[in-house]
Design a protein around this ligand. Structure first.
Ligand code: 5GP
Length: 196
C-alpha cells in the first residue's frame, strides 16, 4: 500500500492557519494531528481536540521517551507532535496534517524528507497587525512580540515547499487543496513507476 502524505502548515500568529486547517479537514479525507502542549488551556479550547494539555515535567518525559516526532519551545511553552499515531496513519495510507511552527516543521522535514511544507503568509505586515489587534487576544506589547516573531518566521518560509498568501480565505483554501491534489497525483505516479 502507498504511504499517506504528511503535510505541515505553518505561518505567523494571525495569518489564519488554524482556520485554513479547519476548512481543509472539512473538505478532505485527512487527519489533523492533535499536539501536546504545556501551555494553559484558553477559553473556547477543548482538551483532546485543540491540544492535549500536560505539565512541563510530563512533556519532558514524553520527549525523553521518544514519544514525540518533534517538539519546540514557543513563547516559553512546550509544543510537540505525538509520534506513534502519525506513523501508523501514514503506514495505513492516510494523509496527515500538522499545524506547527517552523522550528518543529523543519525538524519533521529532516526526519521525514518526503513531508510537504506549506507556509501561509498575510498580504502585508499592516494586515497582519490589524488581524492581531481585531482578534483582541493580546495587548500591544504582545502584538509587537508576535510581529517580531513573524519576521523571523518569514525567513524560514524560504525552506518550505510552498508559500501561500491568505488574502481571501476561500482562495487560500482552494490553493492548499490544489497543492494537495498535485502532491497526491505526483506520488501516485512515482509509486506506479516503482511497482512496474
Ligand atoms: P498557540 O499557543 O497559539 O496555539 O500556538 C503557538 C504556536 O505553536 C503556533 O505557531 C502553532 O502552530 C505551534 N504549534 C502547535 N502545536 C505544535 C507542535 O506540536 N509542535 C510545534 N513545533 N509547534 C506547534
Amino acid at each position: 500500500m502507498n504511504k499517506g502524505i504528511l503535510y505541515v502548515i505553518s505561518g505567523p500568529s494571525g495569518t489564519g492557519k488554524g482556520t485554513i486547517c479547519a476548512e481543509i479537514i472539512e473538505r478532505r479525507d485527512i487527519h489533523l494531528s492533535v499536539s501536546t502542549t504545556s501551555r494553559s488551556k484558553r477559553v473556547g479550547e477543548i482538551a483532546g481536540v485543540t491540544y492535549n494539555y500536560t505539565t512541563p515535567e510530563r512533556f519532558k518525559s514524553m520527549a525523553d521517551n521518544g514519544e514525540l516526532l518533534e517538539w519546540a519551545v514557543y513563547n516559553g511553552n512546550y509544543y510537540g507532535t505525538p509520534k506513534a499515531q502519525i506513523e501508523d496513519m501514514l503506514d495505513e495510507g492516510k494523509d496527515v496534517l500538522l499545524e506547527i511552527e517552523p522550528q518543529g516543521a523543519l525538524k519533521v522535514k529532516e526526519i521525514l524528507p518526503e513531508t510537504v511544507l506549506i507556509f501561509v503568509i498575510p498580504p502585508s505586515m499592516k494586515i497582519l497587525r490589524d488581524r492581531l489587534v481585531s482578534r483582541g487576544r493580546e495587548d500591544e506589547e504582545e502584538i509587537n512580540d508576535r510581529i517580531s516573531s513573524a519576521k523571523w518566521e518569514f525567513m524560514q518560509a524560504f525552506k518550505y515547499n510552498y508559500i501561500v498568501e491568505n488574502d481571501d480565505l476561500g482562495v487560500c483554501v482552494a490553493r492548499v487543496m490544489q497543492i494537495m491534489d498535485q502532491c497526491t497525483a505526483e506520488r501516485k505516479k512515482i509509486y506506479q513507476l516503482l511497482n512496474s
